[in-house]
Design a protein around this ligand. Structure first.
Ligand code: PLP
Length: 405
């Protein structure tokens, strides 16, 4: 299996080497004083385990035997033929245990929490995917787990709430603000300040104050490191384009990490939703401005009064008004480009992949599939596109039935 660890130091350096915790002008720690000590402790522990062979071996064992890594890199021949043009490969994170890439991160953070002597982990969740992954890792490692979830989301995602409860986690309803994901992050941060002695906050994406974006990147970089190796094995070179959907930005940073500045065009796909007006999409990088959200400087969506805007996407995982600071850095420096794909095109792409390849993708991932489909036909057969298929679509069956049933 690929070595995940060494990639972090290598690929994060252009920005992080100058000012720790910053990606150029983005990132940092915009948090109240009491959180600083917790973040320092976490950063220190993270550096420690990165050099600890016992931790590294244990994480590699769990990723292999529990999560099912390495996930395959699959040449989607039918999809490539039907799109006409470039060859399309899918990195199959949908085959990871619990159905998405989220477990890579939760296993890493929960193992870190055990090494730090914490007995409890907390998490935020929107659709419930990260909550389920965190509850799974906590069950495995014998940690108490509590998950903050907005009241609106609890209503929309009853099945994942029950899955978390089956796994032994407690779901705590959040009734403040818009009662969705961004409010759950705030609630989890407040809990963490009060209980930091016993508790680790398992953040679900490459967002939040330093060291969360760097830590989550590290645990997700296994996706890219495996892809680089697997692609080299079959093609003997680098891909031309690597594409992934961007919610908070963790599956995309994960697959991008070993390719940054190395030649392939890196494309992040944000939720175009149903239009470009506020509240109709989740395009923080494509349509937002620079500002501070959840303790980091990055791009975010605001309304005219400077309030964090409502977002919309057919896929709950892309329905977040912010984005990880490293993506802001990659965008500003031309190291990656970001595009929108709307609800309709994503739904069509999900059906296209299901009928053509027998793979039902998560609607988040279907945004990246749609971009690959639309781009492949403009390229010659010598070109190669790799898509990060971040998750499977079983959770989206109701949405698909409403649309195509
Ligand atoms: C949560 C989720 C995403 C979005 O999160 P990122 O941090 O941007 O990766 C994408 N795909 C799936 C399947 C998810 O569950």
């Amino acid at each position: 299996m690929a070595e995940i660890q060494d990639d972090f130091e290598r690929a994060a350096d252009p920005a992080l080497s100058t000012r720790p915790g910053y990606y150029g002008g983005f990132g940092g720690r915009f948090v109240p004083e009491p959180l600083m000590a917790a973040l320092e402790e976490l950063d220190y522990a993270l550096q420690g385990v990165c050099e600890d062979p016992v931790f590294r071996r244990e994480l590699e064992r769990l990723l292999r035997d529990f999560a099912g890594r390495p996930t395959p890199l699959y040449h989607a021949r039918n999809m490539s033929r039907e799109a006409g043009g470039a060859a399309i490969y899918l990195k199959r994170e949908d085959l990871c245990h619990t159905g998405s890439h989220k477990l890579n991160n939760s296993l890493g953070q929960c193992l870190l929490a055990s090494h730090m002597g914490k007995s409890r982990v907390i998490a935020e969740t929107g659709a419930g995917q990260h909550g389920v992954a965190c509850a799974t890792a906590a069950a495995l490692l014998g940690l108490e787990c509590e998950v903050y979830m907005g009241e609106v989301d609890i209503e929309r995602q009853a099945m994942n709430v029950f899955r978390m409860e089956l796994l032994g986690a407690r779901v705590i309803p959040v009734g403040t603000g818009s009662r969705t994901l961004k409010d759950s992050v705030n609630a989890a941060l407040r809990d963490w300040v009060e209980n930091v002695r016993t508790t680790h906050y398992c953040m679900g994406s490459v967002v939040g104050p330093h060291p969360f974006p760097a830590m989550v990147r590290r645990f997700q970089s296994v996706i890219g490191v495996e892809t680089l190796e697997q692609f080299d094995e079959v093609e003997g070179r680098l891909p031309d384009i690597v594409v992934a959907c961007v919610g908070g930005g963790s599956n995309s940073i994960g697959i991008f990490s070993p390719f940054i500045g190395k030649g392939p065009t890196l494309v992040g796909i944000e939720a175009g939703g149903v239009g470009s007006s506020p509240g109709e999409h989740g395009g923080s990088l494509c349509l937002g401005d620079v500002g501070v959200l959840h303790g980091a400087m990055s791009y975010l969506l605001q309304d005219e009064d400077g309030q964090v805007a409502e977002t919309h996407s057919v896929s709950a995982g892309l329905d977040y008004p912010g984005v990880g600071p490293e993506h802001a850095y990659l965008k500003e420096n031309g190291l990656a480009t970001y595009e929108l794909v709307g609800d309709d095109e994503a739904l069509e792409a999900a059906l296209f992949l299901t009928r053509g390849e027998g793979i039902l993708p998560a609607l988040e991932s279907a945004h990246a599939v749609a971009y690959a489909r639309r781009t492949a036909e403009t390229l010659g057969p010598d070109k190669r596109i790799v898509v990060c298929l971040s998750g499977r679509g079983d959770k989206d069956i109701d949405t698909l039935r409403e649309r195509f049933g």
